[in-house]
Design a protein around this ligand. Structure first.
Ligand SMILES: *Cc1c(COP(=O)(O)O)cnc(C)c1O
Length: 418
């Protein structure tokens, strides 16, 4: 399957007159339709809510859009909670899934009425000291070992720092119940970027069984199961996209099988997807600015790993389209590279593409989640603007590009950079 950009060359030429490259651009129509479909896929569950994982795309303009279709927010830090507060999220619209939680953040979450998801049994004390015992508390589960989904996708919870062991979660529920918690949630995130419709249903089977055991053993009310994130997207053109309707139906069947016979038909299903909500609906647009012919063929672009770190960090594949050359033969082999003094600053290696000329727009697909957000400032390079391609075809600036003043702002206690 060919991957198609959601903007045309003509649109980019127009946009560039106001917003020079590089920039991330997001497709409002695409992510809003997808968000509505997620709600539809789980409409069978009365309490369903998607808590958008703020860390994936921490842009308040985008999160505000997702709020319009009923999404809550999954936050993991003070600044993410600040975004939630500014946008008017409150109460059970906020999930706070932190780990190694800094002091003060439970208090902040609790003041907003958000739901605290405890990563560890020892955090019960910290939470109680900061904000007392809330009526509703969630606990994060880690079964250990290796987690394998049917088609071979595997992750390694036994090596992951998150969550409580099976025995700890039982103890945590008993302690919390004794301290007065009325409603409980169970959360687990066991595999990342799963491109299969089986992951959520499999995970649901495991957590639902655990929820039944916890109800029976601790005598508690399980109010929700939080399937968290991990639903993936097809970064390569060969991968088959997940079908969220099939995923929702798969979870429904397991719900009927395991929870309903136990009288647990009021359990709400929560999700905390980031990648699936936004990944395909963002792109990094950059321009070819140099070519270099040494032992390999290099194309230098005006973006670098500061703007998109995934290829440098995990060798992640991001599909690339040379705009205007979609139908030209891919008869050249390139490394497309940024300007960092860091040899892993490559958006692709040995990629077969049409001949690239200086000035060509290079469109890097699927940067809508964990893209801009992971950026850093190595080599003093600055982060780009973010643009929103609106449903009516117009373009709105939703974050300006960084300036040197931003980069030097943390010296503002002194005159040294004035
Ligand atoms: C990162 C994260 C998510 C989102 O993960 P995706 O892979 O983007 O779906 C959800 N919940 C928690 C607790 C996370 O840390």
């Amino acid at each position: 399957m060919e991957k198609k950009p959601f903007v045309t060359l003509e649109q980019l030429q127009e946009i560039e007159k106001t917003y020079p490259t590089p920039f991330h651009i997001y497709d409002e129509k695409g992510f809003m339709e997808n968000a509505r479909k997620v709600n539809e896929a789980f409409a069978w569950n009365k309490g369903f809510r998607e808590y958008f994982a703020v860390k994936a795309t921490p842009n308040p303009f985008i999160i505000q859009k997702l709020k319009e279709v009923g999404c809550g927010v999954d936050c993991s830090s003070e600044t993410e909670l600040m975004i939630a507060e500014k946008l008017g999220f409150h109460g059970d619209e906020i999930m706070y899934s932190s780990n190694e939680t800094p002091e003060g953040e439970f208090r902040y979450c609790n003041a907003l009425g958000g739901i605290i998801n405890l990563d560890d049994i020892t955090l019960i004390e910290d939470m109680e000291a900061e904000c007392g015992i809330p009526e509703t508390v969630c606990c994060r589960y880690n079964p250990g070992g290796v987690y394998e989904v049917c088609n071979g996708i595997m992750d390694n919870p036994g090596d992951a720092k998150y969550g409580m062991t099976p025995n700890q979660i039982v103890d945590a529920f008993k302690i919390l119940k004794e301290k007065g918690v009325k409603h409980f949630g169970v959360h687990a995130f066991l595999a990342s970027n799963t491109v299969t419709n089986d992951y959520y249903p499999m995970l649901a089977r495991d957590i639902f069984k655990l929820a039944v055991d916890l109800k029976n053993e601790c005598g508690v009310h399980i109010a929700f199961v939080n399937l968290s994130g991990g639903v993936g997207i097809p970064y390569t053109p060969e991968q088959e996209p997940n079908d969220i309707m099939a995923i929702g139906e798969g979870v429904r069947q397991v719900y009927e099988e395991i929870l309903v016979p136990e009288g647990m038909d009021d359990v709400a299903i929560y999700t905390e997807m980031g990648r699936f909500m936004m990944g395909p609906y963002g792109a990094l647009v950059t321009k070819a600015v140099h070519e270099k012919h040494i032992y390999k063929e290099y194309i230098g672009v005006d973006a670098c790993a500061v703007n998109l770190m995934r290829p440098a960090m995990y060798n992640a594949y991001h599909h690339i389209t040379v705009m205007g050359k979609e139908d030209a033969p891919a008869n050249h082999e390139y490394d497309i590279v940024g300007s960092l003094c860091e040899n892993n600053d490559k958006f692709c290696v040995d990629r077969r593409l049409p001949k690239i000329e200086k000035g060509d727009f290079i469109y890097i697909h699927d940067t809508g989640a964990h893209g801009f957000a992971m950026g850093y400032n190595y080599n003093g390079r600055l982060k780009s603007a973010e643009l929103l391609l609106k449903e009516d075809g117009s373009v709105e600036l939703i974050r300006r590009a960084e300036t040197p003043e931003d980069y030097f702002a943390t010296f503002d206690f002194s005159d040294i950079m004035k």
